[in-house]
Design a protein around this ligand. Structure first.
Ligand code: SF4
Length: 339
């Protein structure tokens, strides 16, 4: 079946015309999917019965099924979605009083094998299509009834190693006829693939770029993130600098604090220096314990002290607050359990 979310408005129009239908039908279908939240063609009551039946036979709105839905008291919703071929990905909605953020996966599994991460444990299975990435946002909207305002590409997988699909999803999300979300409210998070960052800086879209740094020197970073041996910190920050110059958007450094690993005074000083070089903001994240891995979460006091020292060094710091399901489900764990 053809996945309607993999189509641009132009390719959808060509499909509709090839069925002998009028052009405005394509616009109606987009409105049903993106504005009215229709999850199948049967719900599209202003289409003829014949067209609804034809579309239902040849196309799908959602290619996957939700196999697990976890909800926390604070409104966080986490889904495990089995895509058309049965491969499973995780996505999470984090609501607050001012925004509704969805974190999407871009790959099934991940090839990069960061030593602290549950998503990389089984290696890469396959890339997701742009439609499968967008579907995560729309499945969460359909289940919760909340309009998504912010999207972060920070789930399973490395977005810049699935560049085409990531970009197609970003374009759909910011397109006025589809998601209508401001590009500034979309964050692409990468462990640092310099070619990908350089490519992204040439696109006409001012997304926010986040670098998952997690260690302030190459020796420690290469232990945690093996691809750092190929792309050391200096190369990544040089590419991030190009992004900043080209797009005028400040870059964020994501730093997951792991107990006794990267939370020392020396690490803090080195991180402050790196952040100062690029005028980056730093997001501090508490490590989520993964049962099969050897790492531990730091205490709240350690995180606060680390943040204070960074601020004293002139760095703009944000501590990502712990939300429901964090403690029981680091990204990738839900899928691992099902496997
Ligand atoms: S942290 Fe990101 S890049 Fe590293 S293994 Fe996990 S999903 Fe892949």
């Amino acid at each position: 079946m053809k996945h309607i979310l993999d189509m641009t408005p132009e390719t959808l129009l060509a499909e509709i015309e090839s069925l002998g239908e009028k052009k405005f039908r394509a616009k109606q279908i987009l409105e049903w999917v993106w504005r009215k939240g229709a999850t199948d063609f049967a719900a599209m009551t202003n289409l003829s019965e014949f067209l609804r039946e034809t579309l239902s036979r040849e196309f799908c709105v959602f290619s996957g099924d939700v196999v697990t839905e976890s909800r926390a008291d604070d409104g966080v919703v986490k889904l495990l979605i089995a895509m058309g071929d049965g491969e499973k990905v995780e996505t999470v909605m984090i609501p607050s009083s001012t925004r509704t953020t969805v974190c999407v996966s871009t790959q099934v599994g991940c090839a990069l094998g960061c030593t602290f991460c549950a998503s990389g444990l089984g290696g890469l299975v396959r890339n997701l299509t742009g439609g499968e990435i967008i579907e995560q946002v729309l499945q969460l909207q359909a289940i919760t009834g909340r309009k998504v305002t912010n999207v972060v590409f920070m789930g399973m997988g490395e977005p810049l190693l699935n560049y085409g699909a990531t970009l197609a999803a970003v374009r759909a999300l910011i397109d006025e006829r589809r998601g209508g979300i401001s590009a500034r409210k979309i964050t692409v998070s990468t462990v640092g693939i310099p070619e990908g960052i350089q490519k992204l800086s040439q696109e006409d879209i001012p997304v926010t770029l986040a670098i998952s740094l997690h260690a302030p020197n190459d020796a420690l970073r290469s232990e945690l993130i093996p691809i750092n041996r190929k792309y050391p910190i200096d190369d990544i920050l040089a590419a991030a600098g190009e992004f900043f110059e080209a797009r005028g958007r400040e870059v964020t450094l994501e730093y997951t604090l792991i107990n006794g690993v990267n939370d020392s005074n020396l690490c803090c000083q080195a991180l402050a220096k790196l952040a100062g070089r690029l005028r980056c903001n730093v997001n501090l994240i508490k490590y989520n314990f993964v049962p099969s891995l050897k790492f531990e979460s730091p205490s709240s006091e350690t995180i606060e002290a680390f943040a204070s020292r960074l601020r004293a060094g002139g760095v703009n710091v944000n501590i990502r607050e712990s939300r429901g399901l964090d403690s029981e489900a680091a990204c990738g764990q839900l899928r691992l359990r099902k496997l």
